[in-house]
Write a new protein. Structure first.
Length: 403
């Protein structure tokens, strides 16, 4: 084992910038190589002056950044190499050049593999502690996991395929990974989250959320200003969101709870459930059932599945409602103060029924026992209002008083 003090990255930094642009603070770092079980490990430690921004760019390895009350930036880089001689391990460690410097108002920590093809049993992790009040932290790794916590400013994180975890962020967040999961705790600013296929989970977002995944699930526990969600096929869950919600999935189910604005939901084939929404709801699925409880108006379409909708007054602007299924029953619950013009029809009425708790809805049929029969219903509730159109090709329609 050998302890050495070395000046790292000065020559490279000088080649990139004029001397006046380089702050020579914290450009000394220590390295220590030791045996770790059946492998070898190298630990590099160093510090940099506190500045406005941090940029971390590494060819490989995990990156962990934690904000604290300390005045400067400190870092520990731990690299590992598989079972070999100490001489071979040191040779491999030398191929991964770790440099740290300050240029202008930005501190840089860089990991650059310089030895051609990387060996299979080589890994690394960058642990960096920064002042909490940093304005921007930007983290990039070609393949490892990324974690950032306790930063008052904006965080940008990118990985070629690792998972991303972000929590206690005071500014906005932009996070992107080629395929790993994204887990977000509390973020005060806007969120832009993108993964090639992993799941996305957001616990509490004070800003707008854009979440996109190639096929994983998306879950938002709490959002203050609306969310736009897109997945190639995973399920979507939103527990609470104060603003408008827009959801698109190639085939997963959608479960929305307390939505403070309007909702626009589309799935290629899953079920759609919504507990309540203050604004208008558009819900469309290629084949599942749809259940909307506590909405002012709705446009609903499924090619094959049942529909249940409860219309209530939420104080927002009410629009016409249109509920349609190719094959399935439709049940509509109407609050006592809802005023609508009702028009309902069943194309293939043989063996099916339209029923109503409201005497003002008049039900009729056309056709006889030996021919196709259609069912119709019309009426005005509470003097009439926006149109409520209800249609199924084959199924029952039922109008009930909301309890």
């Amino acid at each position: 084992m050998k302890l050495s003090l070395q000046i790292v990255g000065l020559a490279g930094a000088l080649a990139l910038a004029a001397p006046s642009a380089l702050i020579p603070a914290g450009w000394a770092q220590e390295s220590h190589v030791s045996r770790e079980g059946g492998a070898w490990g190298q630990e590099i430690t160093g510090s940099l002056a506190a500045v406005k921004n941090l940029r971390v760019k590494v060819d490989m390895g995990a990156v962990v950044v934690h904000g604290s009350q300390q005045p400067g930036i400190s870092y520990v880089v731990h690299t590992h190499f598989g079972n070999s001689s100490e001489q071979e391990a040191r040779r491999q460690f030398e191929q991964y050049k770790v440099t740290a410097y300050v240029k202008g108002d930005t501190a840089w920590v860089v990991g650059d593999w310089q030895g051609g093809k990387r060996p299979r049993h080589f890994s690394g992790e960058f642990n960096i502690t920064v002042p909490r009040e940093m304005a921007l932290v930007k983290l990039e790794t070609d393949g490892g996991n990324v974690e950032a916590t306790g930063v008052a400013g904006r965080v940008e994180a990118e990985s070629g395929g690792g998972s991303l975890r972000l929590d206690d962020i005071g500014g906005g967040v932009n996070a992107e990974t080629g395929g790993g999961s994204i887990d977000v705790g509390t973020v005060s600013g806007e969120l832009g989250l993108h993964t090639g296929g992993g799941p996305i989970e957001v616990h509490h977002a004070n800003g707008k959320v854009i979440a996109e995944t190639g096929g994983g699930s998306v879950e938002i526990q709490g959002g203050a200003q609306g969310a736009t969600i897109e997945t190639g096929g995973g399920a979507v869950v939103v527990r609470q969101c104060s603003g408008k919600v827009k959801v698109s999935t190639g085939g997963g189910g959608v479960d929305l709870s307390d939505i403070g604005g309007s909702a626009d939901v589309e799935t290629g084939g899953g079920t759609i459930k919504l507990t309540s929404a203050k604004g208008n709801v558009h819900a469309e699925t290629g084949g599942g059932g749809i259940e909307l409880l506590g909405v002012p108006s709705a446009q609903v379409d499924t090619s094959a599945g049942g529909i249940t909708v409860k219309l209530v007054n939420t104080g927002s602007e009410r629009r016409d409602s249109d509920l349609e299924t190719g094959a399935g029953d439709i049940t509509v619950y109407l609050a006592a103060d809802v005023a609508v013009n009702v028009r309902a029809s069943v194309d293939m009425g043989n063996g099916h029924h339209i029923t109503s708790d409201f005497p003002d809805i008049h039900i009729s049929s056309e056709g006889g026992q030996w021919e196709a029969k259609t069912l119709n219903a019309e009426g005005k509730l509470n003097g009439g209002g926006p149109t409520l159109k209800v249609h199924t090709s084959t199924g029952d329609i039922c109008f009930k008083r909301a309890r």
